[in-house]
Every structure is written in structure tokens, then in C-alpha cells.
Design a protein around this ligand. Structure first.
Ligand SMILES: Cc1cc2nc3c(=O)[nH]c(=O)nc-3n(C[C@H](O)[C@H](O)[C@H](O)COP(=O)(O)OP(=O)(O)OC[C@H]3O[C@@H](n4cnc5c(N)ncnc54)[C@H](O)[C@@H]3O)c2cc1C
Length: 464
């Protein structure tokens, strides 16, 4: 069978469905191919389910701390993992159903179930059907990788995908990888009641953050009982006959350790799904790590083929993938010339969230910069909430007075960052916020004060 479309989209991640609906609304006949669940990673085994689980974990954490607030809950707190999973499943199900109806009700858009592979620059094959279009948009995302440790394939290893099916509380969850995904699961399961150990190859967790952010996040998690082994080398995994089914033997800075795990979670990174597309048959180029090479308008080297979302390696977040669709739609349909280079990088780690350009990057850029830092122990709202861990840090260009970036490791940091981000996007000087009157009592009310405390970046951390 052979079908022709105006546009084909491969993958229903955080760009494909929205772009498909826009193209169809513009009168195009659109085919959207999905091999698994509509909504991709974010909806099914990424942001949405993990943040739903984080919410359950936070409820358990706050219930345990109830006494600190003068609230008596009359007994030890326990977590029903089946109920936690059922809540998560309901949130995901609602989202997928909503998306299914929305796409199904969109005139001129057909959802095609199956795995797509290129057979020519403007033709793909799905389950024996050949589909052709002058415009093809690739939104296939990525998948988790396992560390190449000896023995890793001899034991059951969980990933963010299989974690979604867990209905029991692990006795001892060992997380390989001390970055965003690993740390969110580590804190979450510690709060559910598991013993948790994080194994990290580098000498500090979340190594792309500034050192003091890494240090503070580690301290926060250690206070909750998460154990860290950093600088991990020579790890070997084996099944055991005893109680804990998995043993990891490893070294850290020469010292030997043996860790026995009931469950092992690999969170060491993701690889793009580009290798499963037969890109060579279309002549579409990738970089050395398999990300599809695109220009700043998300065009590949083959005219009429675009790559959006995690598979292009420019962003690795839902908001960057969604923004990719906005850029492509604006350029194709609205007569604009939007580019990915106009995007200000921002993200949150949903244990406690840092964001934006890091101090190390600013230092490396050689720009004369000012820094303002405020520990959360000085923020009234944090004291009232009894959550004074962390700090807020903002960096400003000393000459242009533009905000360069911020790390907000604090309650509501993932929300208040947007006041800084919006001023950055408006290319306005920092004193627009400095002079703004924010509502009391909020964390945001201290952002003007923070900006009022700017000092030259050369100031050492110890001077805070
Ligand atoms: C545990 C976890 C937590 C995360 N938390 C956050 C967060 O809090 N905030 C945030 O911004 N980001 C988060 N992310 C990242 C975020 O999920 C992704 O960046 C986001 O989903 C964008 O992905 P995408 O649009 O590139 O594609 P995806 O969402 O990965 O979707 C790709 C789709 O393509 C389909 N597909 C692949 N190959 C083919 C093929 N050949 N034929 C047909 N279909 C195909 C797949 O089945 C999938 O449905 C998290 C990720 C993980 C793993």
C-alpha cells in the first residue's frame, strides 16, 4: 500500500502532536506515526509520572514531619505503593486519553500505529505501508542506556520506564547515576521508605551544576538518609543467592565496597532513537553521538526534513521539544524566522531546583560579573514553611546590567525562576525586578533584595 501526505511526523513526543494539529489546521493532510504510547516520554514514563510520584513522596515526607508543625497524625507513616502507582497511572491515563481524543478529532490528521523507517528521503515505511510526503518531521526522542559494567545483563536492571510498573517498595534501591533522573528517584524512594544508595562515576553529583549546588543538593539528600558513593570505578554486578538478589562490587578512590541491592536502577543517560530509523536510506546526517544534525531552524541536511525534540541534541526537556514545534510552525506557517539560538536555557531538578547559566560558565566566559547569594534561612516564607534548606544565587553582567543566569535551590524555585527568565527574555536590565514590589510573604519578594546585594563575582564562596 502506498499513501501520500502533505506532511508526515514520526513520533508523538512533545513536538509532534502539536505540530501535527497546526499543520492540519493550515489545511495539510498529516500522518502522525507512533510506535508505542501517544505522548511519548514526558507523559508516559518521564516528567508527568515522575512528578506525580514526587508529589506522593512529598506527602509522605511532610506527614513524617507533621510533629514539627504541631500536627499530630497519631502513628507511624506508611506508604501503600499500589495506591501510589494507581494514582500515577490515573494521571497518565487521563493525559493519554485527552491526547488521543484531541488528535482523533482533528480533521485531516491520521494517527498511524507502528514503527517508521525511512526508505527514501521523503518516504517511510510502517508495517509494510509506504508513506510519502514532501515534508517529514522527526520527533522520536530517546531511550535509557545501561552502564557497560560487567555482569549488568545478568541481573534485573530497572530504568525510568520499568520503574513506572513498580508496585512494591524496594528494600534497598541502588541508583546508578547521580544526575537529574537518578536523584529524583533517589529522594522519592527514600521518602517512600526504601534504603537508597546512589553510585556516581564523577566526584560530585549533578556535575554540570556549580560545585556549591552539587554540594548542597547532596547534603539535603544525605540529611534525608540517601547514601552516596562518588568516584565509582571498576564496578562489577552479579546475582546473589541470598536475601538481596543483586551485588555490586566497586571501588571509590582505591577503597573497595560491596553493595547489596534489592533493586538496581540505571539512570546514566539516554541515547537518541535515531539509530532505529534507517536514516542512511534518506541520507540524513547525525553527529558522532547519534543526534540528528540540525540548523537553528531545526532543518536537517536533507531539504524538507526536520528533527525536533531530544533527538536533535539541542534540548533534552519537554519545554525545549515543545518550543521546537513552535519555531518550526512559526517559520513554516506564520512567515516568521524564529531560531533555537534565541532560547534561554532553563531547567529544573525536581528534588530542589537550580536553573539557567551556571556560575562556572559565567566565570569561564570572562565577563565582568556581579553575584548575589541569599541562604534560604534568611527568607521569611521559607522559615514559616519550615523549609529553609538551600539558597538563591543570581548572576548579572556588570557592564550591561543584564541577568546572566541563576541557580535557585529552594522551595518554589521552579516557579520563581520565571520572574528572572522573563526579564532575561525581555532583554531588560536587572533593576526592572530590583525596583518591583513583590507580594509579601512569598519567596519571590526576596528576589529584589537578592538583586540589591550584588557584589563582584571575584568574592569567594566563603564570604557569603
Ligand atoms: C524520568 C524522566 C523524567 C523527566 N522529567 C522531566 C521534567 O521534569 N521536565 C522536563 O522538561 N523534561 C523531563 N524529562 C525529559 C522529557 O521527558 C523529554 O525531554 C520530552 O519527553 C521530549 O521528548 P521528545 O519530544 O523529544 O520525544 P519523546 O517524548 O521521547 O517521544 C518520542 C516518541 O517517538 C516514538 N518513536 C520513537 N521512534 C519511533 C519510530 N521509529 N516510529 C514511530 N514512533 C517512534 C516513541 O515511542 C515516543 O512516543 C524527563 C525524562 C525522563 C526520562
Amino acid at each position: 500500500m502506498h499513501t501520500t501526505y502533505d506532511a508526515l511526523i514520526i513520533g508523538s513526543g512533545q513536538a509532534g502532536p502539536f505540530l501535527g494539529v497546526r499543520l492540519a489546521a493550515a489545511g495539510m493532510k498529516v500522518g502522525l506515526v507512533e510506535r508505542e504510547h501517544l505522548g511519548g516520554t514526558c507523559v508516559n514514563d518521564g516528567c508527568m509520572p515522575t512528578k506525580t510520584l514526587v508529589a506522593s513522596a512529598r506527602a509522605a515526607y511532610m506527614a513524617r514531619r507533621a510533629g514539627d508543625y504541631g500536627v499530630n497524625i497519631g502513628g507511624p507513616v506508611s506508604v501503600d505503593m499500589k495506591a501510589v502507582k494507581a494514582r500515577k497511572d490515573a494521571v497518565v491515563r487521563n493525559a493519554v486519553e485527552g491526547l488521543t481524543h484531541w488528535l482523533g478529532d482533528t480533521p485531516r490528521l491520521r494517527v498511524i500505529r507502528g514503527h517508521a523507517r525511512f526508505v527514501a528521503p521523503h518516504a517511510i515505511e510502517v508495517d509494510g505501508e509506504t508513506l510519502e510526503a514532501p515534508k517529514i518531521f522527526i520527533n522520536v526522542g530517546g531511550r535509557p542506556v545501561l552502564p557497560d559494567w560487567p555482569g549488568i545483563t545478568d541481573v534485573p536492571v530497572l530504568t525510568n520506564t520499568s520503574m513506572m510498573d513498580l508496585e512494591v517498595l524496594p528494600g534497598h534501591l541502588v541508583v546508578i547515576g547521580g544526575s537529574y533522573i537518578g536523584l529524583e528517584f533517589a529522594q522519592m524512594f527514600r521518602r517512600f521508605g526504601s534504603r537508597v544508595t546512589v553510585l556516581e562515576y564523577a566526584d560530585r553529583i549533578i556535575a554540570r551544576e556549580d560545585e556549591e549546588v552539587s554540594r548542597e543538593v547532596q547534603t539535603i539528600l544525605e540529611r534525608e538518609g540517601v547514601r552516596f558513593l562518588l568516584g565509582v570505578r571498576d564496578a562489577v554486578v552479579s546475582p546473589t543467592a541470598g536475601g538481596a538478589p543483586i551485588r555490586v562490587a566497586l571501588k571509590t578512590h582505591g577503597a573497595a565496597h560491596e553493595v547489596e541491592a534489592s533493586h538496581l536502577l540505571a539512570a546514566v543517560g539516554r541515547r537518541p532513537n535515531s539509530d532505529l530509523l534507517d536514516l542512511d536510506r534518506a541520507g540524513i546526517a547525525t553527529d558522532a553521538r547519534g543526534f540528528i544534525a540540525v540548523d537553528d531552524q531545526l532543518r536537517t541536511n536533507v531539504p524538507g526534513v526536520w528533527a525536533l525534540g531530544d533527538v536533535n541534541g539541542i534540548g533534552a526537556f519537554t519545554h525545549t521539544s515543545y518550543n521546537d514545534h513552535e519555531i518550526v510552525a512559526a517559520n513554516l506557517l506564520d512567515g516568521e524566522a524564529r531560531r533555537t539560538t534565541a532560547r534561554i536555557p532553563a531547567y529544573a531538578l525536581f528534588t530542589d531546583p537550580p536553573v539557567g547559566m551556571t556560575e562556572a560558565q559565567v566565570r569561564a566566559s570572562g565577563r565582568p560579573a556581579l553575584v548575589g547569594v541569599m541562604p534560604m534561612s534568611r527568607v521569611g516564607r521559607a522559615k514559616e514553611r519550615g523549609e529553609t534548606q538551600g539558597f538563591m544565587k543570581v548572576l548579572v553582567d556588570a557592564q550591561t546590567e543584564r541577568i546572566l543566569g541563576a541557580a535557585l535551590l529552594c522551595i518554589e524555585g521552579d516557579e520563581i525562576v520565571h520572574s528572572l527568565l522573563d526579564v532575561m527574555a525581555a532583554d531588560a536590565p536587572y533593576h526592572v525586578i530590583r525596583r518591583c514590589v513583590h507580594i509579601h510573604p512569598t519567596v519571590s519578594e526576596l528576589i529584589p533584595t537578592l538583586l540589591g546585594s550584588l557584589a563582584p563575582l571575584a568574592r569567594p564562596y566563603s564570604a557569603w
